[in-house]
Design a protein around this ligand. Structure first.
Ligand SMILES: [Zn+2]
Length: 83
């Protein structure tokens, strides 16, 4: 186990350009980039923070894009609706 602790990561929103600082473990980021599920490797991030990492969309803009999405982070992934 490598003891790296957390690092601060600045992630800018693609839409409003606001950057948010997330405290993440770099080891977890690498695992995620290698294909692991973000909610498995970074369970300490909330849904909005994960969304920011995944799609570079901050919580505010995400809610603007999907105004009727639920607050719970699992609904979106489990709905399985196809358009
Ligand atoms: Zn934004």
């Amino acid at each position: 186990m490598i003891e790296t602790g957390t690092m601060e990561m600045n992630v800018a929103c693609n839409i409003c350009n606001n950057s948010t600082t997330l405290a993440v473990n770099p080891v977890d980021v690498i695992q995620w980039q290698q294909g692991k599920l973000i909610q498995d490797v970074m369970p300490y991030l909330n849904a909005a923070e994960r969304e920011l990492l995944i799609s570079n969309t901050c919580d505010k803009c995400f809610n603007d894009l999907f105004p009727c999405s639920d607050d719970t982070d699992t609904v979106r992934w489990e709905e399985g609706k196809e358009f």
